[in-house]
Ligand binder design. Structure first.
Ligand code: ADP
Length: 598
């Protein structure tokens, strides 16, 4: 346990190691400013003991000026110190944030499906955000307090040991209430935070589009308002309690604060009267003990602060130490692409190791051909496509591209070789141009237009308010499902990937959109290895190979006509899935014509 803590502390210190020069400067500034702080009480002493009794006005003037000078100087030093601590804190935060983000990018898909998004966001933002506070309020505060306590105590002992001991004897009276109030305050703050989280969770849930829909369609608005008001009321009570506690705490501290000088003036006054101490020393003493009490009080609570800080770093390190499930071998070569042949060799896979989903699948997707995956929902079609891009690794067997195991090549080269068109097209909140260029950052405008033309979306984009500069995505210009799909197709055409994975949309498009998407698919699949999760009759009809999947096994394979004539699962699926489409828009007929023409 102690060893673990030592390792943790060393690691935290390691984060600050690159900034040791600045840290040293901060330490120096703290020491200098703390020594300067002792100057004022000493000046006061000289004023009272010498300048005033001796009527030495020039000395008085010099001392008064020195007082102002000291204040200005320590102000300047403190400013420099704040600059440095902020710099160190922000630098360390920047390092950690960047490292964490880079690490998250390495994590496998499974990590994101298994972790709540809020959790990841909170570690990368809130936890790392706590580091600045740690630097400015914990680390530098502790050091400042230590220096202040030791210098002040030293000079007090030097001036009058007996009075110093009286001062220290009063400490418990001061420290106990401070610590007690601190504990209560921390508890209250925690409750307040929890309540605030409750209220925001409620807001997020009920004021989202789907939440509002639910509330409205069930006529529950009034209940929701009551629920919100209740949560909000709890917060109100807590906040009042917190404010009052702060006030009571300050009043008590101030009262105790008055005790100390009173006692010092009493004992010091006697000493002055008896001639064992000068008046100036007593006044200086009272000023000095102010410098002693607060830092000493804080140092007594330092353990809690350190524990909090360590817990924060523990959470950060925990994420940095996550081992990415899918990583490339050290020194792995880039994928040497030839034609883009994809081969599955007895591949088995399950999301949970004890629950096999794909069982010893073997097939070859040939270059320039379409391999269509067909099967009931949940058969494992999407999962197969995940294994090609190595979003997951197979449990046994091998996935090979041009005879190279996907596990033996770099992830980047694998990503470059495979283009994916998914059902849900994700677009960044950015211009259409930038979204398309994401596929190939060095693409020229002309190449972008060409890809968009091939995907049947160029005309549509040109008609948008600002053409290719129209902002789309999350909160941008709304596009229809078919349009988004065509943009996604254009993106993959632009990428020039040798292997295309196509997850056709299940939701029906109107026949005009449908025809455009079909026209876009032609240039997408042309000359490439295409693996399609087929939901369109046209796709299965064009496919050179259809794999019929059921419960993670290939139960049938072949051409559409043969398979259909064969009857069985395939014929059933085609009738179920495509029967209506065939009737609705005569897609089949359109294709027959196309085929004849080709
Ligand atoms: P299909 O594309 O044929 O409809 P999938 O490959 O999407 O089938 O899913 C196959 C099975 O794997 C389903 O039962 C599904 O619930 C399960 N599954 C899919 N994704 C995950 C995941 N990330 N974690 C665990 N199980 C999953």
């Amino acid at each position: 346990m102690a060893k673990l803590r030592r390792a943790l502390i060393l690691r935290v210190v390691g984060c600050f190691a690159p900034y040791w020069r600045s840290s040293l400067l901060v330490a120096l500034a703290v020491v200098v400013s703390s020594v300067l702080g002792l100057g004022t009480p000493l000046l006061v002493r000289t004023i009272i003991d010498r300048a005033i009794p001796e009527h030495n006005f020039s000395l008085l003037g010099v001392l008064a000026l020195a007082m102002i000078g000291l204040t200005v100087l320590s102000g300047a030093i403190d400013t420099g110190e704040t600059y440095l601590t902020t710099l160190i804190g922000q630098r360390v935060m920047f390092d950690l944030r960047t490292r964490m983000y880079a690490h998250m990018q390495k994590m496998a898909l499974r990590f994101f499906t298994d972790t709540r998004t809020g959790e990841i966001l909170s570690r990368v933002t809130a936890d790392v955000g706590g580091v600045q506070e740690l630097v400015t309020t914990t680390a530098s505060q502790i050091f400042t307090d230590l220096v202040m306590v030791s210098t002040t105590l030293g000079i007090m002992l030097y001036m009058n040991a007996k009075l110093t001991l009286i001062c220290l004897a009063m400490m418990p009276v001061f420290i106990y209430p401070t610590r007690k109030a601190g504990t209560i305050r921390r508890k209250l703050s925690k409750s307040v935070q929890e309540k605030v989280a409750d209220v925001s969770a409620l807001l997020e849930e009920t004021l989202s589009v789907s939440g509002v829909l639910l509330t409205k369609t069930f006529g529950r608005q009034r209940d929701e308002v009551a629920r919100f008001s209740e949560a909000s009321q709890a917060l109100l009570k807590l906040e009042i309690k917190r404010a009052m506690l702060s006030q009571i705490f300050w009043v008590s501290i101030q009262t105790f604060w008055a005790f100390a000088p009173a006692l010092l003036y009493y004992s010091g006054g006697r000493a002055v009267a008896l001639g064992t101490m000068t008046l100036g020393s007593v006044v200086a003493f009272v000023t000095l003990q102010n410098r002693l009490f607060f830092p000493l009080g804080r140092l007594f609570g330092v353990q809690v602060q350190i524990q909090g800080a360590l817990a924060l770093f523990e959470r950060i390190f925990e994420y940095l130490d996550l081992v990415p499930e899918i990583a490339e071998r050290p020194g792995a070569p880039a994928l040497a692409l030839r034609q883009g042949k994809v081969a599955f060799e007895e591949v088995s896979f399950g999301y949970q190791t004890n629950l096999p989903l794909l069982r010893e699948l073997s097939f070859i997707a040939h270059p320039g051909q379409i391999t269509a995956l067909v099967g009931p929902s949940g058969a494992g079609k999407t999962t197969i496509t995940y294994l090609i891009s190595r979003l997951y690794d197979s449990i046994s067997g091998a996935v090979r591209i041009d005879d190279q195991n996907v596990r033996d090549v770099t992830l980047e080269s694998l990503g470059a070789a495979v283009g994916v068109v998914t059902q849900e097209t994700f677009l960044f909140h950015s211009s259409v141009r930038a979204n398309l260029r994401y596929a190939r950052p060095d693409a020229s405008d002309e190449e972008i237009y060409e890809a968009a033309r091939a995907a049947q979306i160029h005309d549509r984009i040109s008609r948008m308010p600002e053409g290719y500069d129209t902002i789309v995505g999350e909160r941008g210009y709304k596009l229809s499902g078919g349009e988004r799909q065509r943009i996604s197709i254009a993106r993959v055409i632009l990428k020039r990937a040798s292997i295309v994975i196509l997850d056709e949309a299940t939701s029906a498009l109107d026949s005009a959109s449908e025809r455009l998407v079909q026209a876009a698919l032609e240039p997408l699949t042309h000359g490439r290895t295409t693996i399609a999760i087929a939901h369109r009759l046209s796709t299965v009809q064009r496919a050179e190979q259809i794999l019929v999947l059921q419960d993670g096994r290939i139960v049938d394979r072949g051409h559409h006509d043969d398979l259909y004539r064969h009857g069985g699962l395939y014929a059933k699926l085609v009738d179920e899935q495509f029967g209506q489409a065939r009737l609705l828009d005569g897609t089949e007929q359109g294709l027959e014509v196309e085929r004849e023409a080709g």
